[in-house]
Write a protein that binds this ligand. Structure first.
Ligand code: NAI
Length: 217
């Protein structure tokens, strides 16, 4: 792999390739052409080739791609051969839903702790993991060598908490709080998730389709 800067658009497509190839592997598929992969994924074959060429290709003329190899290589590019210790801060609806999702562990993300300020939640367990009082977080992060913190709290304290976490050694923040943390946090990698953005894209596509359908009448 060369060191040139890969565009965000390409990086955002990689998890999708990884997911599709994982499904193919589960169905014991050994190889696939870029044309077949493109038909399954609804992306052009040239897009797939261009994307993968950023990392050195992986395909062979006349053979296509070896599914297991490509899945493995994309996993490596995505850093999935690492194991990450994660904590969830804010153990309400969303925090508990994420803690209950076992698939993260399969990808190397291990939930080590849950935190909340609400005394009614502290002491409860989710999938065997105890919800701890937020007071314990500094020692916990340092002792357990936490790599990633998931923020599922309201926006009020999100920036302060995120800055503290980075000071204590957290390297990545998966932020669900309704505030754009990328702007405020400089020394860690931040990924903001806004499900409502996806819903608004759906809304846009719905009205666009309605307009197109109306024109065809
Ligand atoms: P919730 O009210 O069920 O849970 C929030 C939890 O955070 C509560 O248990 C509360 O006690 C705890 N909390 C508040 N301040 C805290 C602090 N300083 N330290 C530790 N814990 C603290 O709310 P829900 O539905 O789980 O949503 C959580 C947040 O995620 C909200 O801000 C919501 O707007 C946001 N959200 C974001 C989505 C997204 O796509 N980005 C989707 C859904 C919710």
């Amino acid at each position: 792999m060369n060191d040139k800067k890969i565009s965000i658009a390409v990086i955002k497509r990689l998890p999708r390739y990884y997911r599709y190839l994982g499904d193919l592997l589960e169905n014991d598929l050994v190889r696939i052409s870029s044309k077949e992969l493109s038909e399954k994924m609804g992306v052009t074959a040239s897009q797939i080739r261009q994307d993968l060429n950023n990392f050195g290709g992986f395909g062979q003329q006349g053979y296509g791609y070896n599914v297991e190899h490509l899945h493995h290589e994309i996993g490596k590019i995505l850093g999935l051969e690492h194991q990450y210790n994660i904590i969830i801060i804010g153990s309400g609806n969303l925090g508990q839903a994420l803690a209950n999702y076992t698939d993260f562990e399969r990808r190397g993300f291990h939930v080590k702790g849950l935190f909340d300020i609400n005394p009614r939640l502290v002491g409860m367990t989710v999938r065997g993991i105890e919800i701890l009082d937020i007071d314990k977080i500094e020692d916990f992060v340092k002792l357990m060598k936490i790599d990633i913190a998931v923020l599922t709290i309201p926006k009020q304290n999100a920036i302060t908490i995120a800055n503290d976490l980075v000071k204590w050694g957290v390297k990545g923040i998966w932020n669900f709080a309704p505030v754009d943390l990328k702007v405020s946090i400089k020394d860690a990698v931040v990924e903001n998730v806004h499900l409502a953005d996806s819903l608004m894209t759906l809304s846009y596509n719905l009205i666009t389709k309605e307009k197109e359908d109306a024109l065809q009448l």
